[in-house]
Design a protein around this ligand. Structure first.
Ligand SMILES: [Zn+2]
Length: 308
């Protein structure tokens, strides 16, 4: 097996022991990053030039003669332009944290990372986790087609407001209210989810989200009877169920898939993260979205590395 192919071995269900064996040191991590970042040919992060020269004196460093300043070539390492650049933590620590984050169903909190990794401060762990979560949100997506469900949910806020409202959906009017944050999501059945934290559940906000996330070539958009969705029918084949009167399925119309995703998010937030400040919620949503969209991807770890 060529060393590059070996470096691309998939890490999906890898145990800690196997992880240690595949990534014994920094060089192994850097080889893996190189192979994932530049699967065909190394190219300059600054100008895209593919005719770069590997430095013989420093491993995982190259120089580009296209975009350097006068007389001096531009030198870069495999870390340049990634979230791993300019950090004082070894790449291997980053890999360990990402491996933990991706192989645990409900995610892993910065506190757990802090304890397991033995970092000097909790803040180091939090910064790392949040950098990774930010990167996971940068994965390009295609607008959803096929059978799509759209729904919104509320998280955070005061405990007494967590009970379901009279409509049975935990819906407290048009805004998050009481310190709650709103997440809106669209999921293709048997496919990907796109979820975002939004400011409110107004018609404008929900419509803008759907336009961003769902192709007009979709077969069907299912929602509940929330007023914010009533205008969708002008641009999409739209059907809704009336949760308020106990209707959950009407032919192909239902929102069971997106509700399944919400329950994963909520179990994760309650069980693993205990509470999530509104400020960081978009990052957690990135993480849950990424894990969901790669749930069948044997190379979820490689996909995450390529996003970094
Ligand atoms: Zn260049």
């Amino acid at each position: 097996m060529k060393s590059k192919d070996k470096a691309l071995l998939q890490v999906h269900q890898m145990t800690i022991k196997q992880f240690e064996a595949q990534f014994p040191d920094e060089d192994a991590c850097k080889a893996y990053l190189t192979a994932n970042r530049w699967p065909d040919v190394v190219n300059c992060p600054r100008c895209g030039n593919v005719k770069v020269t590997e430095l013989s004196t420093r491993a995982f460093h190259w120089q580009c003669y296209e975009c350097g300043t006068e007389g001096a070539s531009y030198r870069f390492s495999v870390l340049v332009g990634t979230i791993f650049e300019n950090t004082n933590k070894p790449l291997r620590d980053w890999f360990r944290v990402m491996h933990m984050m991706l192989t645990s169903k409900k995610g892993i909190s910065a506190l757990q990372v802090y304890r397991v990794m033995g970092f000097g401060s909790y803040n180091t762990a939090l910064l790392m986790c949040n950098k990774i979560r930010t990167a996971l949100g940068n994965v390009e997506f295609k607008r959803l087609v096929g059978y799509v469900e759209v729904d919104e949910t509320y998280v955070g806020g005061k405990a007494k407001n967590k009970h379901r409202g009279p409509g049975g959906r935990g819906d407290f009017g048009g805004t998050g209210g009481h310190g709650k944050s709103v997440i809106v999501g669209a999921v293709k059945r048997k496919g990907n989810v796109i979820a975002r934290v939004v400011a409110n559940t107004s018609k404008e906000t929900l419509n803008a989200f759907v336009r961003m996330a769902v192709s007009t070539k979709v077969s069907l958009v299912s929602t509940d009877e929330h007023k914010g969705y009533t205008d969708l029918r002008h641009a999409y084949p739209h059907g809704f169920v009336r949760h308020g009167v106990g209707q959950y399925v009407h032919g192909a119309i239902h929102t069971n898939t997106i509700e399944g995703f919400w329950s994963i998010v909520k179990r994760g937030i309650v069980g693993t993260f205990h509470k999530v400040s509104a400020k960081y919620l978009p990052l957690y949503v990135n993480e849950f979205e990424f894990r969901y969209n790669n749930r069948k991807n044997a190379d979820i770890f490689g996909a995450a590395i390529r996003a970094c």
